[in-house]
Write a protein that binds this ligand. Structure first.
Ligand code: HEC
Ligand code: HEC
Length: 381
């Protein structure tokens, strides 16, 4: 009797469980489908959401030249916020596995710690990721070879690059329109009336707005040297390194400041710093700037990166060939490899062990710890 009872209950339980399963399998999709029809916000209409963006004021460091912001993309609080979400959201990549931040990690000065970057397909590109700090102040092109003219233009590239996010913009636009959070955020940031107006042009504008807020100007160097009233003091080692960095005699000097000049310490010029041994100017593995300008004399030239926060963005150079700053110093003191367009400021020099340590200590004083503490630069999800 008891076994019969038990069996009866077992069957009853199984039946309810499988009915429940059917409920989930059949009814929920039907429910979702019906929702979908009505709710893509009344045929995509967004006018019920308020559009009243407030200006985002940039905290302009007084010793930087004012940031050049395109007149058709002023910074707003809502635009910067949207850009930050997009920057950290893998929705921009083909299999939703990679966001901009996968290769631009805030804690690594927005670089990725890899020799060269790995895209969604698992393949590695030929170039190293770049820091994005103070990128809003660079006015002479983007990428190691300068092939993008503006930050807006730059942000178009990674999405469709097969070695990066490998997605089509048409798909990204569709995904953004169907997403539960983005239509509202786009409407708050830009004067659109309907989801259909969510386009790549607005997405890249928002991303560029966020990038322009990544401002770092509060390193120990800034506090010790560049203000009228220094708030901290350099150690003797840092001070000696500073003097070496800026030393201006013509022989046996590191000469770093000629190319990585304050206040940004780089970002705006394309030069050959002697990394590669070549037979002639057509012999560079990666033509760099020359492939963009079409001038043979620019072959093998690359963007001179900013050295602010440089201790965090190893490995170094366009192909990540140097793992440490010590290796970088060895390269410069060797004088590099000759080519017809080798920059005349690459001359080779000798340094004592103390001088090396001093220069390294100075480079590390360009790290801005407080920049990295700001929650508004980090992942919002
Ligand atoms: C797969 C890794 C990867 C992803 C994903 C990626 N980047 Fe990059 N980023 C790189 C690499 C590598 C470079 C240098 C490429 C070159 O010079 O050809 C770069 C360069 C840049 C630069 C140029 C900086 C300068 O000083 O010139 C900006 C800006 C930038 N990325 C922003 C973005 C944004 C915005 C996204 C998302 C839409 C993104 N990146 C996604 C790897 C990546
Ligand atoms: C002739 C101009 C020039 C001089 C002088 C110069 N650099 Fe550079 N520097 C460059 C260029 C150009 C690059 C990028 C080269 C590349 O990747 O192909 C670079 C890259 C670097 C990098 C790698 C940055 C990164 O994000 O990967 C570091 C670090 C660096 N330089 C430090 C120094 C130091 C320290 C000195 C002084 C000892 C110095 N540089 C002198 C032009 C110069």
């Amino acid at each position: 009797m008891t076994t019969q009872f038990r069996n009866f209950f077992k069957h009853a339980l199984k039946l309810t469980l499988s009915m429940e399963r059917w409920f989930f399998i059949v009814l929920i999709p039907i429910f979702l489908l019906t929702c979908k029809k009505d709710s893509p916000l009344n045929n995509g209409d967004l006018t019920h959401i308020q559009h009243n963006p407030l200006p985002h004021e940039i905290e302009q460091p007084e010793f930087f030249s004012p940031m050049e912001i395109p007149s058709d993309n002023p910074l707003t609080i809502e635009g910067v916020r949207l850009g930050r979400f997009l920057f950290y959201d893998p929705i921009l990549s083909a299999d939703s596995s990679l966001s901009c931040a996968s290769c631009h990690l805030p804690e690594l000065a927005f670089a990725d710690g890899q020799k060269t970057s790995q895209g969604v397909t698992g393949e590695f590109g030929s170039r190293s990721s770049m820091s994005l700090i103070n990128v809003g102040y660079f006015n002479n092109g983007f990428f190691w070879d300068g092939r993008a003219q503006t930050l807006e233009d730059q942000a178009l590239h990674p999405i469709e690059d097969p070695l990066e996010m490998n997605e089509s913009w048409a798909n990204v636009e569709e995904k953004l329109r169907r997403n539960p959070i983005y239509p509202k955020m786009f409407r708050q940031a830009f004067p659109i009336k309907n989801e259909i107006e969510i386009t790549r042009d607005l997405a890249i504008k928002a991303i560029a707005q966020f990038e322009r807020t990544l401002i770092s100007a509060n390193s120990k160097y800034d506090q010790a040297v560049s203000f009228d009233n220094p708030t901290v003091e350099y150690s003797q080692l840092e001070l000696d390194g500073y003097l070496l960095y800026f030393r201006d005699i013509q022989t046996n000097h590191p000469g770093c400041h000629h190319c990585h000049a304050p206040p940004l310490f780089g970002g705006d010029t394309y030069l050959n710093n002697g990394l590669d041994e070549v037979q002639d100017l057509n012999d560079f593995n990666d033509l760099g700037y020359g492939a963009v300008t079409g001038s043979q004399f620019d072959n093998g030239k690359f963007k001179t990166p900013s050295l602010r926060n440089i201790e965090l963005s190893a490995p170094y150079m366009h192909d990540g060939r140097f793992e440490t700053l010590e290796e970088v110093l060895e390269h410069y003191s060797s004088g590099g490899h000759y080519a017809d367009n080798l920059d005349p400021n690459i001359t080779g020099f000798t340094m004592t062990q103390y001088e090396k340590e001093a220069l390294l200590a100075f480079l590390k004083s360009l790290t801005d710890d407080r920049f990295f503490e700001q929650s508004e630069i980090k992942n919002p999800f």
